[in-house]
Ligand binder design. Structure first.
Ligand code: 13P
Ligand code: SF4
Length: 303
């Protein structure tokens, strides 16, 4: 089947099955092009919670599809690419969180949405990169255990008076290794460019950025800004969307192109087979779903 035929079949099956296709900003261009909603973790979670579709096809990584299932347990949630996971989410276990809770019994636990459902179940509230500062600021506690991303934890600490306790083992390989030197070199090449970086970057990169934003925040800023050039410090997939939506502006990676290989696993053929055969369905134990749902719904109240 050629691309046009696969796209046509995807549209037909989607209608027949009353399905919605949710796509993260890091996905391949051809997957972004078939999205019903293209967005960041927060925007996609909100849509998953309110959609009236019978079926959700989630093109992203597994914690995102699991989040959709937790927020809409009665819907069929499918992930086209079996095994597309998040290395950050897979680093921490529920047991790691229990250990931190024992060590800091007076602290509340905020977990980044990039976690498995059983880590969410151990948390008081979840957050995404778009609302992390807001969630930590508003949670009623003087000390907050923040897992798993240590860079996001240290970014949040810049804005709140309370103590933010990070988990040292947590970082994302895509963002951690973006260096200050490569960003400054890119800036030398494009001195008038605005530097936008994701809060998963390490603090030395955060320090030299003009804006620190979720992927959805980058999309909004690029649209609204009068600036013409931007250096993007995050996974390279978002640059396709930024260029498509702002053809008169220029977007370059802030240094080397960075890839999240799991985000790139999903192909158009996977999406087609996913709709055709209704694979791969997300299913989670009910007890975990109920506890994780509490933490996710608490997050949605803050935003
Ligand atoms: P956003 O919520 O900003 O889209 O980020 C998700 C993510 O996985 C970043 O690496
Ligand atoms: Fe996970 Fe990093 Fe990929 Fe985001 S970019 S999904 S945090 S591995």
């Amino acid at each position: 089947m050629n691309i046009e035929k696969i796209e046509e079949e995807i549209r037909r099956l989607k209608e027949e099955k009353n399905a919605i296709i949710l796509v993260h900003n890091y996905q391949r261009p051809e997957i972004q092009d078939i999205a019903d909603l293209l967005g960041d973790s927060l925007g996609l979670s909100k849509e998953a919670a309110k959609t009236d579709a019978d079926m959700i096809v989630f093109c992203g990584v597994s914690f995102m599809a699991e989040t959709a299932k937790i927020l809409s347990p009665d819907k069929k949630v499918l992930q086209p690419s079996l095994g597309a996971g998040c290395e950050l989410a897979n680093k921490i276990t529920a047991q790691d969180v229990k250990v931190l809770k024992q060590k800091y019994p007076d602290a509340r636990v905020v977990s980044y949405v990039n976690t498995t459902a059983d880590v969410k179940a151990e948390s008081d509230v979840c957050c995404t990169s778009a609302n992390a500062v807001n969630v930590v600021r508003n949670i009623e506690a003087d000390r907050v255990i923040f897992v798993p991303d240590r860079n996001l934890a240290s970014y949040v600490q810049r804005f709140v008076d309370k103590e933010v306790i990070p988990w040292d083992g947590g970082y994302c390989y895509v963002h951690e290794y973006i260096t200050k030197e490569e960003v400054l070199k890119a800036k030398e090449k494009y001195p008038d460019a605005v530097i936008l970086v994701h809060p998963e970057c390490n603090p030395s990169v955060i320090d030299i950025a003009d804006k620190v934003l979720s992927t959805g925040g980058m999309v909004n800023l690029a649209r609204e800004s009068d600036n013409k050039r931007f250096l993007i410090g995050t996974e390279e997939g978002i640059i396709y969307r930024l260029k498509k939506e702002n053809p008169e502006k220029e977007f370059y990676p802030a240094g080397r192109k960075r890839f999240c290989w799991d985000m790139k696993m999903t192909t158009l053929k996977d999406v087609y087979l996913c709709l055709l055969d209704e694979q791969y369905e997300i299913s989670l134990p009910k007890g975990i779903v109920d506890s994780a749902k509490r933490a996710l719904e608490a997050m949605l109240q803050y935003t």
